[in-house]
Design a protein around this ligand. Structure first.
Ligand SMILES: N[C@H](CCC[C@H](N)C(=O)O)C(=O)O
Length: 259
């Protein structure tokens, strides 16, 4: 069959988007999803996202990692899906949609999408790292010169090692640039490589930085390999609410692929 797809990217984190309002996409076909995301044998992407109908919401987000397995929440994917819903005419400038981790509110203005993430009430930190769930699990380590880190090798070791093992985690390496700005590089579980950006990861770094007193700011700028993102939140007694991830979400091309 011919499958129509749309390609989007948010700070270089790229996704194949499919309008599945008809519910005809063969979701159980892990190999197909993996192939569509393959950069040599397919379209190429860090993940694949289906836009589906949902009762009481504008739409439902169904997200798969590039390996073909359904993933946890994807922040940049969510932002790109909002832009896609806007392109399809499903929404105008604001929306409330449902994803695997619950309800999300978002706005879109001139290609910039601001996405509300889940509340975070647990940040586990020790001297070496922080671990928290921002919709997806994230290990966060701060250091001085992240440009020198072999993110794929070191990230993969942490992802499969104690205490994460098979279930794994995404791994972020962060460097403080100023009181309210950071640089981040991320190893993504499910892609099993460094990606150019990770929205839930950047969100995790911002909250970990606040939680471990690296900053008192609640509006942080984060530079990733593929561009710039912003994270803002309210903090009360180490609980984080009104967490917003903001940045560009861009349509790249569309096409049909025979599968
Ligand atoms: N790129 C995504 C994160 C995907 C998380 C996924 N790799 C997993 O936890 O399995 C983001 O922008 O938030």
């Amino acid at each position: 069959m011919d499958l129509q797809f749309y390609k989007y990217q948010g700070t270089g984190n790229d996704f194949v988007m499919i309008d599945n309002r008809s519910l005809t996409f063969p979701k159980e076909n892990t190999a197909l999803i993996n192939n569509l995301c393959d950069r040599r044998f397919g379209i190429g992407a860090d993940g694949l996202i289906l836009l589906e109908p949902a009762t009481d919401y504008d739409f439902k987000m169904v997200y798969y990692n590039a390996d073909g397995n359904e993933g946890s929440m994807c922040g940049n994917g969510g932002r790109c899906l909002v832009a896609f819903a806007n392109q399809l005419g499903v929404i105008k400038n604001k929306t409330t949609f449902i994803a695997v981790d619950g309800e999300h509110y978002a706005t879109i203005e001139n290609g910039i999408v601001s996405l509300k993430m889940i509340d975070i009430d647990t940040v586990d930190s020790n001297k070496k790292y922080s671990f928290l769930n921002t919709g997806s699990p994230h290990h966060v380590e701060f250091s001085n010169n992240i440009s020198e880190i072999d993110v794929k090798t070191v990230g993969s070791k942490i992802r499969f090692g104690a205490p994460y093992f098979e279930e794994g985690t995404n791994v972020n390496f962060a460097e403080q640039v100023s009181e309210n700005s950071f640089k981040v590089r991320t190893f993504e579980r499910g892609v099993e490589d460094e990606t150019l950006a990770c929205g839930t990861g950047v969100t995790a770094v911002a909250i970990a930085a606040n939680s471990t007193n690296k900053t008192t700011s609640t509006h942080l700028k984060v530079e990733v390999l593929g561009g710039n993102l912003e994270v803002s939140f309210d903090e009360d007694d180490n609980k984080y609410t009104n967490v917003f991830l903001k940045g560009p979400a861009t349509f790249v091309f569309e096409g049909t692929i025979t599968v």
